[in-house]
Design a binder for this molecule. Structure first.
Ligand code: GDP
Ligand code: MG
Length: 164
């Protein structure tokens, strides 16, 4: 089976935009799975001869006993259960928020590789400053990217495949 990269993060940080960008906006494959009320979409992605699946966890809602958990925690649990690596997306325009710290705390306790994408960094100069704010999450180097414009995604993909 192909390695799975799970994309997690607060609503509106640009997870879906970035997922589509990384996958080159190819047709999404939809799987029906028991216990998940919404279909989960896995998008095939290719980079430097490596193939993997990107899963945008943003729309997941569960039927089982994880139902009581906040959405963001459900996303993290999905990521931990099936992914080879996690792409944690944050918003460079808002800077780190308490919800980001909460997710980071969960992710730091796991052994999965985590890459930190600081999205909405359209300007290369500002992007460096915006990304630097996220060192405090304790997840290593923050990568400045723009899902909309595509800048920074090559470096991010290089790092991603190195961890698969
Ligand atoms: P999600 O809720 O995390 O999946 O976020 P979406 O991908 O739906 O995007 C949320 C909002 O952020 C939308 O209005 C997008 O147009 C915007 N957005 C997404 N990526 C970028 C980006 O790279 N730069 C900017 N400036 N806005 C973005
Ligand atoms: Mg989304």
């Amino acid at each position: 089976p192909l390695p799975i990269v799970a994309i997690v993060g607060r609503p509106n940080v640009g997870k879906s935009t970035l997922a589509n960008r990384l996958a080159g906006v190819q047709e999404a494959i939809v799987y029906d799975e028991p216990g998940v009320t919404r279909d989960r979409t896995y998008m095939p992605a290719y980079w430097c001869d490596r193939e993997f699946l990107v899963v945008d966890t943003g729309g997941l809602v569960f039927d089982d006993d994880t139902e009581f958990l906040p959405l963001i925690r459900q996303q993290v649990m999905v990521a931990l259960s099936e992914a080879s690596a996690v792409l944690f997306v944050v918003d460079g325009q808002t800077g780190p928020l308490p919800a980001d710290e909460e997710v980071a705390a969960w992710l730091r306790q796991q052994s999965l590789p985590v890459l930190l994408a600081v999205n909405k960094c359209e300007s290369p100069e500002q992007g460096l400053m915006q990304a630097a704010q996220f060192w405090e999450l304790g997840l290593g180097e923050p990568y400045a990217v723009s899902g909309i414009h595509g800048n920074g995604t090559g470096d991010l993909l290089d790092q991603l495949i190195a961890h698969l």
